[in-house]
Design a protein around this ligand. Structure first.
Ligand code: IFM
Length: 482
């Protein structure tokens, strides 16, 4: 069994001035990322069908302030101006997601050409500006019609996803060189069907594990579907959000093992080793019998990948709950009552040491370095790409400028951590900052700003923050600036 090795003290403290001037090779891809539901708006445009996030965000109390993605950044209508903005920052690459209900309104059947046309124009616009398109097929906006038939708890959804992957791959494969099947399937399964903090808002432990398996299956089927239709030199990957775990006392190794199994190895196991971890099956034996894993599934899921997408934001400290201490649910995910940890609800997440971002997430760049090294140890032949890293802060726009010193500092320290990982032998191919634009932060609505570009939601005016200017200088000089 391999666990993510986050041994405290494995990484030395380094002063900020040592970070400035570190250089990245020209081949290292530096860019930014977004997701369809978080920025596009235009939920009824051009034949798009409803997604689970439209339904969920309409539920009273589900999202802070009753926010929805109905308008978001209105990117759908402002795509040309947003492309110019990306060009002005000099991005090497832009990672976007494709909205499944724009391509198939009810999740199956023939493609909606108007939906495909939007992404075709986006991709052409990127290429025309010298920006490499990185397309994610699924960033959480499942067609509602599929959820009405069970969503990710229904095996059929995986097969519908493969058909959708083939449609999109056929339409855009001649121009998109890099593909990601799923973004953070842990969130889709365990927040969507376990804790209920995300759409569709279900709170059923068995459903969460069932959903995880069907997401794994969907990934495997989609990789195979893409390989059939995209050019042989296109790269295919998946993006996982790794939980980097630290301990607090003698019970922590057991707590870390349990959460690592649920959060990390329930995906890396089948996808990259072709097997579910034995301890995961045992830990969840009271919740489900895993009979939804059919013969042949693991072979389908275990597909060769060209790189692994890594999303990293912070660390978590865990121990077994002694039933006496005041219980903390500080796992960084919105607490709406249900549990995202089926079979391991007795693991306690402790409040982390400061500093924090506006999400309440601790800032720990050494966790990124540790994670990259740990993944390289476990999967030595698999290149890595940071497909998301960034921070929310309460930005203020003053005199037309956003001096987001804290975000800039966060990014500088994380880029330096990535650099250290490369120096220590990690085959890291790139780094995409989350996010290009302030956007709809799921359960938190518009209250959390992650962008390197500020968005005024009243006027839709975009203002590049100081962190955005800093990133542009980094890309131009290939070296970490002040
Ligand atoms: O905004 C999200 C994104 O959609 C997925 N990864 C984490 C980000 C910040 O919470």
């Amino acid at each position: 069994m391999n666990t993510i090795d986050t041994t405290a003290g494995a990484v030395a403290e380094r002063a900020d001035d040592q970070e400035v001037g570190l250089t990245f090779p020209p081949s290292f891809v530096i860019g930014s990322a977004t997701a369809a539901y978080q920025i596009e708006g235009a939920v009824d445009a051009d034949g798009r069908g409803p997604s689970i996030w439209d339904t969920f965000s309409a539920k009273p109390g589900a999202i802070t302030n009753g926010d929805t993605g109905e308008i978001a950044d209105d990117h759908y209508h402002r795509v040309e101006a947003d492309l110019d903005l990306m060009a002005s920052l000099g991005l090497d690459a832009y990672r976007f997601s494709i909205s499944w209900p724009r391509i198939q309104a009810s999740g199956s059947g023939p493609a909606n050409e108007r939906g495909l046309d939007f992404y075709s124009r986006l991709v052409d616009g990127l290429i025309a500006r010298g920006i490499r398109p990185i397309a994610t097929l699924y960033h959480w906006d499942l067609p509602q019609a599929l959820e009405d038939r069970g969503g990710w708890t229904n095996r059929e959804t995986a097969y519908r996803f493969a058909e959708y992957a083939e449609i999109v791959g056929t339409a855009l494969g001649d121009r998109v060189p890099v593909w990601t099947t799923l973004n953070e399937p842990w969130c889709s399964a365990f927040l969507g069907y376990g804790s209920g903090a995300h759409a569709p808002g279900r709170t059923d432990p068995d459903a969460a594990l069932r959903a995880a398996h069907h997401l794994n299956l969907a990934h495997g089927l989609a990789v195979a579907a893409l390989r059939r239709v995209v050019p042989a030199d296109a790269e295919v990957s998946v993006t996982l959000n790794f939980h980097v775990l630290r301990g607090a006392d003698a019970s922590s190794p057991e707590a870390r093992r349990r959460i690592d199994a649920l959060a990390n190895r329930s995906f890396t196991g089948p996808m990259l080793h072709g097997v579910y971890p034995e301890d995961l099956l045992q830990d969840t034996a009271d919740v489900t019998d895993w009979s939804f894993v059919l013969p042949g599934d693991l072979e389908i899921i275990h597909q060769p990948l060209d790189f692994l997408g890594v999303n990293y934001y912070s660390t978590a400290t865990v121990r077994m709950w002694d039933g006496v201490s005041v219980r903390q649910r500080a796992d960084g995910h919105k607490d709406v009552g249900g549990s995202p940890w089926p079979g391991s609800e007795h693991v306690e997440f402790l409040v982390q040491d400061p500093p924090y971002t506006a999400m309440g997430w601790n800032i720990a760049p050494d966790g990124l370095e540790e994670l990259l090294l740990s993944l390289t140890r476990e999967f030595p032949a698999l290149p890595l790409m940071i497909t998301e890293n960034g921070a929310a802060f309460a930005d203020e726009i003053v005199g037309g400028r956003v001096r987001d010193v804290a975000r800039l500092d966060y990014l500088r320290r994380h880029f330096a951590a990535a650099h250290r990982a490369i120096e220590r032998g990690v085959d890291l191919r790139g780094y995409l900052v989350w996010s290009l634009l302030d956007n709809f932060e799921w359960g938190y609505g518009y209250t959390k700003r992650f962008g390197i570009v500020h968005v005024d939601y009243e006027t839709q005016e975009r203002t590049v923050k100081d962190s955005g200017r800093w990133l542009a200088r980094l890309i131009e000089g290939r070296s970490i600036p002040h």
